[in-house]
Ligand binder design. Structure first.
Ligand code: PTT
Ligand code: SF4
Length: 613
């Protein structure tokens, strides 16, 4: 087997033991890497119903056959576990030096099991694993933790760590790496925290196996240069993701005031141009020639790395239109290791619920200082409010009641990304059917909807576009494990990815083979959802109900009077199910599962739910 190291490192924190395991060629070809390896492992190894924050959960870092190779934007890893936020498979994708180092140490996947008896840091160097006390860094934020590790091991090592949010089991705690990288929105950082695992440090010294190293080197270095040139020509990384804000504002797709409003006259104050003007540094992931980490100073003078999602959800969504103040909230999320997106939605939901009289409280939209304090309370689970916030919008809404579920902005428990779908049906579908909950990673179809079809349409072409994008974004880039930005932002052709894959593995795959793997992964995530929630129904694939509410329609602007229509949305959902080969509940049919080679998984699924032929 070429391209893969063929090895998994399995670490048990309870017994302080570890072993190197191998995986078969069949496993490699069927699941390829990253999200594929992670979901298959968690599906097979986790008993149904286990507590995501208990020792039975497993924390996974999964890489792909091109991970860590000097080709464009391959410094990305999938971190995964059963999510404490959503209750089923969850993952995230983050840039980290741990990718190259783990591969050089000889592994394609790290599985961490059990629970340590004291705060622990794992040190992995090739075949050696050490369980080191982490008392000196436990309780510290991610920046101080990173610095401490660098001062001990140098800056070349790979580091994954958590902040106070993960330690205190905030359900939307992320895993952090480098200056501003964060991944694992569905609380994967809390899973590390539940195991008393503060950090993982990795160093590897061996070559990464490749079928054609010379061919890969030639293609990889030429392509890295070429991607850099393309980026200079497009100018994309000048504003990077922050550049999308004016578009969202103009098309009434910006989240403002807990998504109640879709645009705002002051939004320009935090747009990409202003963020770039305030830039003091640029950060990025390894093997990237289009680094996108626009970094500004926050109100207290810390460096804070911005992205559109962070700006929109911690800025306009909270009615904060001041870059340093919004950057402070972003910095605190990074420092505490909280997901900026869930944090933004959780704070906005809290303010909205107070506004609507669903709960008593002292937080108002626009109050940046109180928002900072609330983030601190959430990260430390301090007091009643801290506990409430740390649990995310779905659990908060259950606690508040009084109809607040309708405007708790999540799908399947994962808070929605920064695109307001009050009248963007295709993107609403994309949130509804995103396999891990409302993440924009899986499909982003807003420009297609607005420029190439009509917003009014709920036709099959939108379902088809969602599936096409899911196969690329939620499939290909998540199992081959590379950043999607060269393709999506600078038009780097997708054909390059089978090329890298074939140079690494010696196989001869095309994009159609890749789509098959992506569909297999999506189906298995669905089966995991079904196993954890046996009563799963199509209603679970609906976006937040407030978007269907005529009383919530805009009163002015480009979509005045418009809102999503529930019957039409249901029809769009059915187009999606039909095209995917899913039944009316959104569960893959037996025929679909067989065509994807998931007979064994289907046999297991039949134990807890009927599957449609
Ligand atoms: C991702 C999600 C995103 S998506 C953003 S901004 W974005 C938020 N960033 C956070 C942050 O920062 N700090 C923090 N404490 N929490 C944060 N939560 C949010 O996490 C990220 C980039 C971005 S920036 C995007 S779109 C692309 N995402 C990719 C993806 O999902 N897959 C892939 N193959 N390539 C991608 N490339 C881009 O990577 P999650 P990162 Mg992230 C400060 O983690 O759980 O996947 O959620 O990884 O290394 O920081 O790069 O406008
Ligand atoms: Fe990382 Fe941005 Fe480069 Fe992608 S474009 S690899 S997210 S720095």
């Amino acid at each position: 087997m070429k391209g893969w190291t063929g090895n998994i490192l399995r670490v048990d924190l309870s017994s302080k033991t570890y072993k190197k395991e191998t995986f078969s060629e069949e496993f490699a070809h069927k699941w390829v890497g990253g999200r594929g390896f992670a979901v298959k492992t968690l599906y097979d190894e986790l008993k149904p119903g286990i507590d995501p924050l208990g020792p039975d959960n497993k924390f996974i870092v999964a890489l792909g056959p091109i991970s860590g190779i000097p080709a464009p934007n391959t410094g990305k890893a999938v971190v995964a576990a059963k999510s404490p936020l959503t209750g089923f498979y969850g993952d995230g994708n983050l840039g980290t030096r741990a990718v190259e180092q783990l591969r050089k140490a000889g592994y394609d996947m790290l599985i961490v099991e059990g629970k340590a008896d004291r705060p622990t840091m794992l040190y992995i160097e090739d075949d050696k694993v050490e369980f080191l006390p982490a008392d000196e860094i436990w309780g510290k934020g991610t920046f101080a933790c990173n610095d401490w590790i660098y001062s001990k091991y140098g800056k070349g090592v790979g580091v994954l760590n958590i902040g106070q949010g993960g330690e205190n089991l905030a359900r939307f705690a992320v895993v952090r790496s480098l200056e501003g990288r964060a991944g694992g929105r569905p609380g994967i950082g809390a899973v590390m925290g539940s195991k008393l695992l503060k950090a993982i440090v990795v160093k590897g010294t061996r070559p990464i196996p490749q079928a054609d190293p010379a061919g890969m080197k030639a293609a990889g270095s030429a392509d890295l240069r070429q991607v850099g040139v393309l980026d200079k020509q497009s100018g994309w990384s000048i504003q990077a993701t922050t550049g999308v804000l004016p578009f969202c504002n103009e098309v009434a797709g910006l989240p403002v005031r807990n998504f109640r409003k879709t645009h705002h006259p002051l939004a320009w104050q935090v747009d990409g141009e202003r963020c770039n003007n305030a830039r003091v540094a640029t950060y990025g992931c390894p093997t990237c020639t289009m680094r996108c980490g626009v970094t500004v100073l926050d109100k207290e003078g810390h460096e804070s790395e911005l992205d559109y999602e962070n700006v929109a959800l911690l800025g306009p969504n909270l009615e904060i239109f001041d870059i340093p103040q919004m950057a402070s909230l972003n910095y605190l999320c990074d420092e505490f290791g909280l997901d900026t997106m869930s944090a933004g939605c959780t704070l906005s939901f809290y303010a909205d619920a107070i506004d609507q009289g669903a709960v008593d409280g002292d937080f108002k939209f626009g109050d940046a200082e109180r928002a900072k304090e609330l983030l601190r309370l959430a990260a430390h689970r301090e007091g009643k409010v801290g506990h409430l916030l740390a649990d995310g919008t779905r659990r908060m809404a259950r606690a508040f009641g009084r109809g607040s579920e309708a405007y708790a902005m999540n799908v399947k428990g994962l808070e929605v990304a920064a695109y307001n779908c009050k009248f963007i049906p295709g993107q609403a579908l994309s949130y509804g059917v995103a396999p891990i909950g409302a993440h924009h990673r899986e499909a982003w179809i807003i420009t297609f909807e607005i420029k190439h079809t009509t917003r009014e349409s709920y036709g099959p072409e939108k379902a088809a576009k969602v599936i096409e994008l899911q196969r690329i974004r939620g499939g290909l880039f998540e199992f081959i494990v590379a950043c999607r930005f060269p393709w999506i932002e600078n038009g780097w052709p997708l054909d390059h990815y089978p090329k890298y894959f074939n140079l690494a593995t010696g196989l001869n795959w095309g994009l159609d083979d890749m789509w098959q793997v992506g569909d297999r992964i999506y189906s298995l995530i669905k089966l995991h959802y079904l196993r954890e929630f046996p009563g799963a129904s199509r209603e679970d694939d609906y976006p937040p109900r407030v978007w269907f509410d005529p009383a919530n329609a805009d009163t002015e602007g480009p979509i005045a009077g418009k809102h999503l229509e529930i019957d039409k949305y249901d029809g769009l959902l059915q187009h999606y199910y039909d095209q995917r080969g899913y039944d009316r509940r959104g569960i893959p049919t037996m025929a679909t599962l067989r065509s994807l080679g998931l007979e064994d998984e289907a046999a297991d699924a039949r134990k807890y739910a009927d599957l449609t032929e």
